[in-house]
Design a binder for this molecule. Structure first.
Ligand code: NAP
Length: 245
C-alpha cells in the first residue's frame, strides 16, 4: 500500500507513465503528473485519478531536459504537496536510425531527454529525499541497453547511462535510506511502439510468447515503490517476458 505517500512521475500523461500513476493512485498515493505534451490529456489522467481513487493529483508542465525548469517544477510540487516520497523517471523519446545515418541532433535530443532528464530530476529531488531520510527512485531504462538494439545507438546509450546512474544513486544515497532501482521494459504496447511494425520478429524471441502491456511494468513499479522492496537498491529488473535473458 502507498497510502500517505506522494509520487512524482515524469511522462505521466500517456503510456507506461500514466499506467504507473493510476496504479500508485489505486494503492493510495497522491500523484504529481509531469507532462510535456497536451494539457488536456494530462488533465484527463488527473481527473480519472481523483474521481476513481479519491486521492489528490496535480499536473505540471516540464521539459525534463531543462534543468532550471525541473528545479522550478519540483519547488512547486514541494509547495503543493509538502514534499514527496517517490520519484519515477519515466519520460523518454526515441529517434531511431542506423548509426551511420543518425543525425547528430537526434543523438543529442535522446540523450538530453532520457539520460540528462533523469539526472536533472534526481538532482533537483535530492534535497527533498535527504531531508526526509526516505525515498524510492525508480528509473525506466530499457532492454535496448542490454541488447544494443540496431537502430538505437542514441536510445540504447541513454538507457545504459540510466542503468549506471541508477547504481551511482543507489550507492551515494543508500546510507540515507533512499533506494534507487531501474526497470528495463522489453516490447511494451504503447504509442512509442505502435509504428514499429516488428511485433512478429520480437514475439518469436519472447519466451512468454506475448508482447507486454503498461500494466506489466506498473506492477513492478508498484513493488519498487512499496516497503516490500525496502532492501532492494541498485537493481535493474527486466520486464520483458524473458526477451533479453
Ligand atoms: P510514450 O507514451 O511515448 O511515453 C513517453 C512519455 O515521455 C510521454 O508521456 C511524454 O510526454 C514524455 N516526454 C517525452 N519527452 C519529454 C520531455 N522532454 N519532458 C517531459 N516529458 C517528456 O511511451 P512509453 O512506451 O509509455 O514510454 C515510457 C518510458 O518507457 C520511456 O522512458 C521509454 O523509453 C520506456 N520504454 C518503453 C518501452 C516500450 O516498449 N514501450 C520499452 C522500453 C522502455 P507527453 O505525452 O506529455 O508528450
Amino acid at each position: 500500500m502507498l497510502s500517505g505517500k506522494t509520487a512524482v512521475i515524469t511522462g505521466a500523461s500517456t503510456g507506461i507513465g500514466a499506467c504507473i500513476a493510476k496504479k500508485y493512485a489505486s494503492l493510495g498515493a497522491q500523484i504529481a503528473i509531469i507532462y510535456i505534451g497536451s494539457p488536456e490529456i494530462a488533465e484527463n489522467v488527473k481527473n480519472e485519478i481523483t474521481e476513481k481513487y479519491g486521492v489528490r493529483a496535480e499536473i505540471y508542465y516540464c521539459d525534463v531536459s531543462d534543468f532550471d525548469r525541473c528545479r522550478e517544477t519540483v519547488k512547486k510540487i514541494t509547495e503543493d504537496f509538502g514534499g514527496f516520497d517517490i520519484l519515477v523517471n519515466n519520460a523518454g523519446i526515441t529517434r531511431d536510425s542506423l548509426l551511420v545515418t543518425m543525425e547528430e541532433t537526434d543523438f543529442d535530443s535522446v540523450i538530453n531527454v532520457n539520460l540528462k532528464g533523469c539526472f536533472n530530476m534526481i538532482k533537483v529531488c535530492g534535497r527533498n529525499f535527504l531531508k526526509r531520510k526516505y525515498g524510492k527512485i525508480i528509473n525506466i531504462a530499457s532492454v535496448s541497453a542490454m541488447k544494443g538494439l540496431a537502430g538505437q545507438a542514441n536510445y540504447a546509450s541513454s538507457k545504459a547511462g540510466i542503468i549506471a546512474l541508477t547504481k551511482v544513486t543507489a550507492r551515494e544515497l543508500g546510507s540515507r535510506n533512499i533506494c534507487c532501482n531501474a526497470i528495463a521494459p522489453g516490447f511494451i504496447m504503447t504509442d512509442m511502439t505502435k509504428d514499429l511494425g516488428k511485433e512478429d520478429e520480437y514475439l518469436s524471441q519472447i519466451p512468454l510468447n506475448r508482447l507486454g502491456n503498461p500494466e506489466d511494468v506498473a506492477k513492478v513499479a508498484a513493488f519498487l515503490a512499496d516497503e516490500a522492496s525496502d532492501y532492494v537498491t541498485g537493481e535493474v529488473i527486466r520486464v520483458d517476458g524473458g526477451y533479453a535473458m
